[in-house]
Ligand binder design. Structure first.
Ligand code: DPP
Ligand code: ZN
Length: 848
């Protein structure tokens, strides 16, 4: 099959002026009638009108009341453009079977409730329609069902016994359509917008879950206020509904006025959710809400522009979280995630530009590159044009493009206009894949006091892009004096050429540069500095990100050395870490991040960067010895932190208490290496919140203990599906390398392993892929197990199968035996008859 290409875009030949849908819901035979008012697009060339439609049983279709003669094919229906009037009414009735829809795309059922997921191309599984984001229209919807709660987009317009009608006045693409029907209960509240609109807010959940919605609701209200204050964006309907669904492929979906969420990102109580869950709920509720303007009011012209809404909305949710919590801690967490997911993607066969130029299946491009690197581009843009320039550009964007389907060119043009800047070179960030490398060298002339910093950029080749042009890289730099005082405050070097130098004259002594403060660009810095220099920055840098980064760099170098020759961490690092641990001027959450060892995958990436072949088992062993050395060296300090960071009083998910718990549990994980898990067992037994219960269980499993706690945990929580997901995941993720595959395999035979539920599937097979040494254990049993399950899942849920196949994306990193086994697993998947388009594309790209 041919890929879809950005270069082939043409405007839609017909636009839609209005859509009226009626749903008569039934599990196996839902009838959908549509009335669509089409009008010829004056800005398009004459073409046939293609209506997308998949898996629909066509009952009847008419144009202006006259039955059509055309017959649908497997993917839709073509209406010959020459025969069509300039404006006409399409009316059709189709039948679909939501109960048989296991792919969770289109209209499907979850626990007796009807719900939809239409992004990116699910609406075509509901009715015939030009299912492309540049066709925007107002929708009215009538839902008929005996179920008590019937929801769709927009405002409720009428309801009666067994039916409800909804009216969404804001033109939207079909991917934002949603319908929900079920036996649901609401946690309700209200919000008054800045201009006085009263908005009814509801979080809809299954009966019994209503006590776990308060945090999602609170996050929603704070998001609504924040978007008014930070971006001047008000909500634009009378109701805002969120629905929690157990079977969901993604995190959540921003359907206009009716967000549908994976229940794990809605439901939370202190007993059942961890601090990380609360944090994710806040972030994702905000993200989906912010899409109302960046995505819904202004949407994408085509799916190549996905980063237009996702990069911007991620950037906005990052700003929001930074305002709600500690900005420094948030930045470090975002960089950790960027490196773990996006840098990894960029290093392998799945590397692609933030705006790809071709795809087979768009669902495969909801990636860390589109989302997280997309957000980094906007952060850089803001750095380059300044806060005021950014605000002016964004204002112009909303003024000019409200109600439109736009491109990256539209987005950049508003900043070029508002600030007078030429952004043509900057646009390469959207087109070039790969993580730029920034090589830094220093020159110091003692006699004249001249200090020169030289930066050189290069971007490695990626699939289809052997050569890269230089990009605009904002490099935030500061200088420290030998005593640790800041002698040059942060300034941003705008690098546009391959090479750039900065010279400072008249320095009394050799300064210490602090490079890429705040992680001002998504690049890898290559700067050969001594461990003493890193320790100095770790102690003195005024930029919290760079301070953390210095310690991180040190830890990474030590770990790489430990993998190579079994060295042990020196006292310099251990002493510096001990100082950080007990420095009470530092935020506990920040200290917890400093204590976190680089992941096994980070170490593997570092070895690859150094031109070596990573051995997952050697990495695991070295990392374990590294953590034992820390535990042994800092036992007293860790024990003090464990006690000092107790959070008395009732549980609160706020950033302050969460930070204290994070430090306490980080200390506990180390202490368990000294006390064999005694403290962790006691904490587990007495914990009154899930953060501490899970933290204690994890600490036990990491030292090979905790089997009775695992059993107890299941007895305690067997009734709670979200907690049972955690139970599955923690056992696999923290299993010893030798037993991880067997643990995963035996859990797939557990009666609670409902593999058709994406959360549950991920909790075992996704967790296996995060246990690097276990997944890559010699012999390839991990690869074979994952491949077996992906092959089984693919016909049922191709989207989730394709997503999890990225566990194989690093295959070329490894030794010949592992490469061979991973390759064999990928080839076995690829050779499976009737493989989905999703998984076919992923395996083809990975095999290259
Ligand atoms: N558009 C969704 C989100 O990122 C994903 N389908 O919020
Ligand atoms: Zn999004």
């Amino acid at each position: 099959p041919q890929p879809i290409r950005l270069a082939d875009y043409t405007p839609p030949p017909f636009l839609v002026e209005g859509v009226a849908l009626t749903f008569r819901l039934a599990p196996r035979a839902t009838r959908v009638t549509s009335r669509i008012r089409f009008r010829r697009n004056p800005d398009a060339q004459a073409q046939d009108l293609r209506l997308d439609g998949e898996g629909l049983r066509l009952i009847s279709a008419t144009i202006d009341g006259v039955p059509i003669t055309a017959q649908p094919d497997a993917t839709g229906l073509t209406l010959p453009g020459g025969d069509l009037p300039d404006a006409f009414d399409w009316a059709a009735e189709v039948e679909i079977a939501p109960e048989e829809n296991t792919a969770l795309e289109g209209l499907y059922m979850s626990n007796g409730m009807y719900c939809t997921q239409c992004e990116a191309e699910g609406f075509r599984k509901i009715t015939f329609y030009p299912d492309r984001p540049d066709v925007m229209a107002p929708f009215t919807v009538r839902v008929e069902s005996e179920l008590p709660v019937l929801l769709s987009n927009g405002n409720p317009s009428a309801q009666g016994d067994g039916w409800a009608e909804w009216d969404d006045p804001w033109p939207k693409p079909a991917y934002l359509f949603a319908l929900v029907a079920g036996d649901l209960v609401a946690h309700s509240d209200a919000f008054a917008t800045a201009s006085g609109r009263a908005v009814a807010l509801n979080v809809w959940v299954r009966p019994g879950d209503e006590g776990r919605c308060a945090y999602a609701m609170d996050s929603l209200k704070r998001s609504m206020r924040w978007d008014e204050e930070a971006y001047g964006r008000e909500y634009d309907l009378d109701v805002f509904n969120i629905v929690a669904v157990d079977d969901f492929n993604m995190g959540a979906m921003e359907n206009k006025g009716l967000n549908v969420f994976n229940s794990k990102y809605v439901l939370a109580s202190s007993e059942t959710a961890t601090d990380a869950d609360f944090d994710n709920i806040e972030r994702i509720v905000a993200h989906e809400y912010f899409h109302n303007w960046t995505g819904n009011r202004i949407t994408c012209r085509d799916w190549f522009q996905l980063c237009l809404k996702e990069g911007l909305t991620v950037f906005r949710d990052q700003q929001f979280s930074a305002d709600m919590r500690s900005a420094a801690v948030k930045r470090i967490e975002d960089v950790l995630s960027l490196r773990a997911r996006q840098f990894r993607e960029d290093q392998g066969p799945l590397a692609h530009p933030v705006r790809p130029d071709s795809y087979h299946e768009i669902n495969n491009f909801y990636t860390a590159t589109v989302y997280e690197k997309g957000a980094e581009i906007i952060r850089m843009l803001r750095t380059l044009v300044g806060e005021d320039g950014y605000d002016a550009g964004v204002r112009l964007y909303f003024d000019r493009h409200d109600g439109q389907a736009c491109t990256i060119e539209d987005w950049l043009a508003v900043f070029a206009e508002a600030t007078g800047r030429d952004l043509s070179q900057f646009a390469r960030w959207y087109a070039q894949a790969g993580t730029p490398r920034l090589r830094v060298t220093e020159d110091w002339d003692e006699g004249t006091g001249r200090f020169t910093l030289t930066l050189e950029q290069s971007t490695p080749p990626t699939p289809g892009q052997p050569d890269k042009a230089p990009q605009v890289i904002p490099v935030a730099v500061g200088l420290l004096g030998p005593a640790g005082d800041e002698i040059m405050a942060t300034r941003v070097i705008e690098m546009t050429d391959t090479r750039h130098s900065l010279t400072i004259e008249g320095m009394p002594a050799r300064p210490v540069p602090s490079i890429l403060r705040g992680f001002s660009a998504p690049v890898v810095v290559e700067h050969a500095v001594t461990p003493e220099r890193r320790a100095f920055l770790m102690a003195h840098d005024t930029d919290p990100f760079s301070r953390w980064e210095a310690g991180r760099g040190l830890a990474r170098e030590i770990l790489v050395a430990m993998v190579r020759d079994g060295a042990a961490p020196g006292p310099d690092y251990l002493d510096a870490l001990a100082v950080t641990l007990s420095d009470e001027r530092l935020d506990p959450a920040f200290r917890a991040l400093c204590l976190r060892a680089p992941s096994e995958d980070d170490i593997a990436q570092a070895l690859v960067d150094a031109g070596e072949t990573p051995d997952p088992m050697a990495i695991h062993t070295a990392r374990e010895r590294f953590q034992r050395a820390i535990a042994a060296h800092m036992d007293d300090g860790l024990a003090r932190a464990f006690i000092a960071m107790e959070t008395p009083g009732p549980y609160s998910p706020d950033a302050r208490d969460a930070g204290r718990r994070a430090l306490r549990l980080a200390a506990l994980a180390y202490l368990s290496r000294n006390d064999g898990g005694d403290r962790a067992a006691r904490l587990f037994a007495g914990a009154d919140n899930m953060t501490e219960q899970m933290g204690a269980l994890g600490a036990l499993l990491q030292v090979g203990a905790g089997q009775s706690e695992v059993a107890r945990f299941h007895r305690q929580w067997a009734h709670d599906r979200l907690v049972v997901d955690k139970w599955f995941a923690v056992q696999v993720a923290l299993a010893a390398p030798e037993s991880a595959v067997e643990t995963a395999r035996s859990l797939t035979r557990h009666p609670d392993f409902d593999w058709k539920n994406p959360n549950r599937f991920r909790s075992v097979l996704g967790a296996l892929a995060t246990n690097a040494a276990g997944f890559h254990a010699p012999g390839g049993a991990g690869y074979a197990l994952l491949a077996d399950w992906l092959i089984q899942l693919d016909p049922v849920n191709p989207q989730t199968a394709a997503r999890l196949s990225t566990a194989f994306e690093t295959w070329r990193r490894y030794d010949p035996a592992r490469q061979g086994a991973m390759r064999a697993a990928l080839e076995r998947i690829r050779a499976t008859p009737d493989l989905s388009r999703d998984l076919s594309e992923m395996t083809a790209r990975m095999l290259g």
